[in-house]
Structures are given as structure tokens and as C-alpha cells.
Design a protein around this ligand. Structure first.
Ligand code: CP
Length: 308
């Protein structure tokens, strides 16, 4: 197979295992290219991409933009602040106006879950979801899985732990789908109040005892508490959260096993992870960021091949 089974990247849910392997294989090529002295290739010359960010981002926005520049695409950037959204324009009207300027592909981050799926059904363009509310963050899951495979090889039958605010995390859902499609076993861990009751229908294990969960894991993905998506308090205090679910070096060292530590960023040092762990050799956090550029180059390259 040499092409993706989809025309948009809306979520990992819509991809199959062959898609994931094709994206990883293509990323290998781009990773080699962006480590050369001359990092730029003409693969997307004459393809115009609009980056629509309706929500804040550091890593994803810069990573997409760098990936587009490395591929020689033409790009335009849009953020909701300072746009005509504040004058009452709908998302569909905004995007159709942008598309009428001969834009070929849309990368969109949006605070509302399902925004990318909604857009794909209502406009005639290739849509890439750069994170939609609590729903999915597919490029993050792809770069996470790619980085972990790079470190420990095939994920089949490996045990991967996702810790923290599972309820409000789009990274958690996309990670669950990606790891399961690659044959791994996924456990989620955190306060019961931050684990959605429906999670077991996704065939993941739930563990509230962090130490016990870590002992059975090959890798742990630490998540931030998504305060911006919470209207209530979900645990008594940050101090109690840190005591029960913060990853410290003494906790890691107390487990007689080398566990890979991941984090999608942004990190809240001293809350879900200490600086000592985040900056340790066990953490692959900056490798994840580095791989994000190659993964996003691969996605856009593969989707551009399907443009009508
Ligand atoms: N991991 C991630 O999505 O980070 P940003 O919000 O900075 O893009």
C-alpha cells in the first residue's frame, strides 16, 4: 500500500494500522532529510496551506509551520484574535472565504470537540485536525507512537500507561487509539474524578494506584491537568494531586525497571512531573517534539498526494 485510506486527518480513530505504518515509514525519510545541512525539499511546491488556530499553541503550530516550510509549501496563518470571527462570521464562511483564495489544505486547531469533522463535512478541502477540544489530537499521538517505537521497537504486547487528566485530554483519546492499533495494552491512571466512566468501553484498563500501574508499564505518558477545560475542581488540592499522581525520580527509582517517560507538553514542572524526571535520560520529551516535524511533513505529503 502506498497511500492513505483517508483524504483528511480528523482523528486516529479513522486510520488503520497500514496508515500508521505508512506514516511512520514516510517520517523516517523526512527525518533523515531534516537532519541534513540542506533541510528543504520541493515536495509541496505549489501547494498552499492555511493554518487556522482558534486556540493557543506553541509546539503544534510551530511544528506544522516548519514542516510546511521544509516541504516548500506556500503558507498563510490565521488566528481567531484580530479576525472577522469577532464580527459574527461562521466557521464555514470563514473557511470558504480562505479556500476561495486557492488554498489547498487546512490545518485547524479549535477549542470545540468535533470541529474538524464538522468542517470536513461542510467545506471542499483537505482538513488536518491539529487538536479539537477534548476530542482528538492525531498528530500528537502519531509523533508519540513514532518516538516510542524509535526507543523500544515494536509496540505489540507492550504496556503503556497514560496518567493524569484523562477526562479533558484529547491526547489521551488519540494515544489510546494509536497504541491499540499498534497492538499495545493501554492503562489509564488518575483520580477517579478525572477518568470518564465510559473509558472501559475502549478496552483500556483503569488503575488509580499510580505506583502499581507504573510497575506494569514499559512507558508512561504524563498529562497536564487541563484547567482551561474545567469548570469545577476535580480533586481536593494540587498538593494532594501531586502526592498521588506526580512523577518523581524517587518513585521511578523505586521501581526496578527502565520506564520511558513521555509528555506531550506543555509541562507543569512540579505538578504532574518533577524537573528532575523531565530532564532525565529516561524522558524522551524533546525527542517527541523533534519527531513532530517529520511526522507532520509525512502527513501533509501523503494527504497532498490525494488532492483532487
Ligand atoms: N502538545 C501540544 O499540543 O502542545 P501545544 O498546545 O503547544 O501545541
Amino acid at each position: 500500500m502506498s497511500n492513505l485510506s483517508v483524504d483528511n486527518l480528523l482523528g486516529i480513530k479513522y486510520l488503520n494500522k497500514s496508515d500508521l505504518n505508512l506514516i511512520f515509514k514516510t517520517s523516517d525519510n523526512f527525518k533523515e532529510i531534516i537532519n541534513r545541512k540542506i533541510k528543504k525539499v520541493p515536495s509541496l511546491r505549489d501547494v498552499t496551506i492555511a493554518n487556522l488556530f482558534f486556540e493557543n499553541s506553541t509546539r503544534t503550530k510551530l511544528s506544522f509551520e516548519l514542516a510546511q516550510k521544509r516541504l516548500s509549501a506556500d503558507i498563510v496563518n490565521f488566528s481567531s484574535s484580530g479576525s472577522s470571527i469577532s464580527k459574527g462570521e461562521t466557521l464555514i464562511d470563514t473557511v470558504n472565504n480562505i479556500l476561495s483564495m486557492k488554498v489547498d489544505m487546512i490545518v485547524m486547531r479549535h477549542p470545540n470537540p468535533g470541529a474538524s469533522v464538522f468542517l470536513s463535512k461542510n467545506v471542499d478541502s483537505c482538513i488536518i485536525n491539529a487538536g479539537d477540544g477534548t476530542h482528538e489530537h492525531p498528530t500528537q499521538a502519531l509523533l508519540d507512537a513514532y518516538s516510542l517505537i524509535e526507543k523500544i521497537g515494536d509496540l505489540k504486547n507492550r504496556n503503556i500507561l497514560i496518567v493524569g487528566d484523562i477526562m479533558h485530554s484529547r491526547v489521551a483519546l488519540s494515544n489510546i487509539f494509536a497504541y491499540q492499533k499498534l497492538g499495545a495494552n493501554v492503562t489509564v491512571c488518575g483520580p477517579k474524578s478525572l477518568i470518564p466512566k465510559s473509558i472501559e468501553s475502549l478496552n483500556v484498563s483503569v488503575e488509580t494506584d499510580f505506583r502499581k500501574a507504573l510497575k506494569n508499564s514499559d512507558a508512561v505518558n504524563m498529562l497536564r491537568i487541563q484547567n482551561e477545560r474545567m469548570s469545577n475542581s476535580y480533586f481536593p488540592s494540587i498538593r494532594e494531586y501531586v502526592q498521588q499522581y506526580g512523577l518523581t525520580m524517587s518513585l521511578l527509582n523505586s521501581i526496578n525497571k527502565e520506564i520511558i517517560v513521555m509528555h506531550p507538553g506543555p509541562i507543569n514542572r512540579g505538578v504532574e512531573i518533577t524537573s528532575e524526571v523531565a530532564d532525565s535520560d529516561q524522558a524522551i520529551i524533546l525527542d517527541q517534539v523533534e519527531n513532530g516535524v517529520a511526522i507532520r511533513m509525512a502527513i501533509m505529503y501523503l494527504l497532498a498526494a490525494k488532492l483532487k
